[in-house]
Design a protein around this ligand. Structure first.
Ligand SMILES: NC(=O)c1ccc[n+]([C@@H]2O[C@H](COP(=O)([O-])OP(=O)(O)OC[C@H]3O[C@@H](n4cnc5c(N)ncnc54)[C@H](OP(=O)(O)O)[C@@H]3O)[C@@H](O)[C@H]2O)c1
Length: 261
């Protein structure tokens, strides 16, 4: 018996990397899962990747979450095909990579990041919570993917760091307003996660990053999926408004070991 037997989950950005691991985790624990990516091309690739992992029964929906009409269409489809929703994982993110530093960054790129990570995340959450509200017997749960960069900035990612800080504040505010309705809202804040971007990383940089982690390793997607599943399950039934960090101890460290003497 799985923790999510009979539950319906939506994972945004579930078509690759961490999102794909979250989708796999929910399916393996019994949920009926819908996942979206920003385009049909990316969701098709995601569906193929899930098949390769032996994960069946996932419905993939192309949906740019920064677009109100596409979000509405996605929820119409979930309504038609499942008639309920129990779990929302707001995983999709515009990483804001390559935007440059604060002096040269084009302000419109800043907005692109907020439009997906903050406004898009809110839009999907609002639609999900309106669905949850119709389910008297079992109200739903929302999990956001934040980042430890909300607290400890990384270089040339101003918009991304700002968006994750906004997500942390939004999680607390949503949790407060939605608690009387029985809806819980929490976040997992990862540090380094081994995604496809690590495949092209200079091995020396990868090794130095690991040295930066007190546990000497970056997270696997499955490590993050485990935390997300905990926050989505009744195992965290008395938690709301929490930001749970999963970063190999990076946030508790002032300096990495090789310069801390
Ligand atoms: N990787 C890390 O080291 C790390 C660290 C801390 C926190 N996080 C957070 O953890 C989560 C997963 O990270 P990740 O590195 O696995 O992400 P990722 O590889 O960058 O993938 C991002 C996902 O979001 C989707 N997405 C982006 N914009 C979208 C939009 N407008 N509408 C719908 N989907 C959209 C992408 O879909 P397409 O494929 O269609 O583009 C993709 O599935 C993110 O929230 C990230 O900020 C990651």
């Amino acid at each position: 018996m799985g923790r999510f037997d009979g539950k319906v989950a939506l994972v945004t950005g579930g078509n690759r990397n961490t999102g794909l691991c979250i989708v796999e985790k929910f399916v393996r624990e019994g949920a009926k899962v819908f996942m979206c990516g920003s385009s049909a091309e990316s969701t098709d690739k995601g569906a193929a990747a899930l098949k390769e992992r032996g994960v069946d029964g996932v419905t993939s929906i192309p949906c740019d979450i920064s677009d109100a009409a596409q979000v509405a269409a996605m929820f119409d489809r979930i309504e038609r095909e499942a008639g309920r929703l129990d779990i929302l994982v707001n995983n999709a993110a515009n990483q804001g990579i390559g935007h440059g530093g604060p002096l040269e960054m084009v302000p419109e790129r800043f907005w692109d990041v907020l439009k997906t990570n903050v406004v898009g995340g809110f839009r999907v959450t609002q639609a999900a919570c309106n669905r949850f509200f119709m389910q008297q017997e079992s109200r739903g749960v929302v999990v956001f993917l934040s980042s430890n960069t909300a607290q400890r900035a990384i270089r040339k990612r101003t918009a991304y760091c700002a968006s994750k800080g906004a997500i942390n504040s939004m999680v607390r505010a949503l949790a407060l307003d939605l608690a009387p309705l029985g809806i819980r809202v929490n976040a997992c804040a990862p540090g380094y996660i081994n995604t496809e971007r690590w495949d092209v990383l200079d091995p020396k940089i990868a090794a130095r990053r690991r040295l930066n982690c007190p546990l000497r390793k970056e997270a696997k997607g499955s490590d993050i999926a485990n935390v997300v599943a905990f926050l989505a399950s009744d195992d965290s039934a008395n938690m709301t408004g929490e930001i749970v960090t999963c970063d190999a101890g990076c946030s508790c460290q002032h300096m990495p070991e090789d310069v801390d003497m």
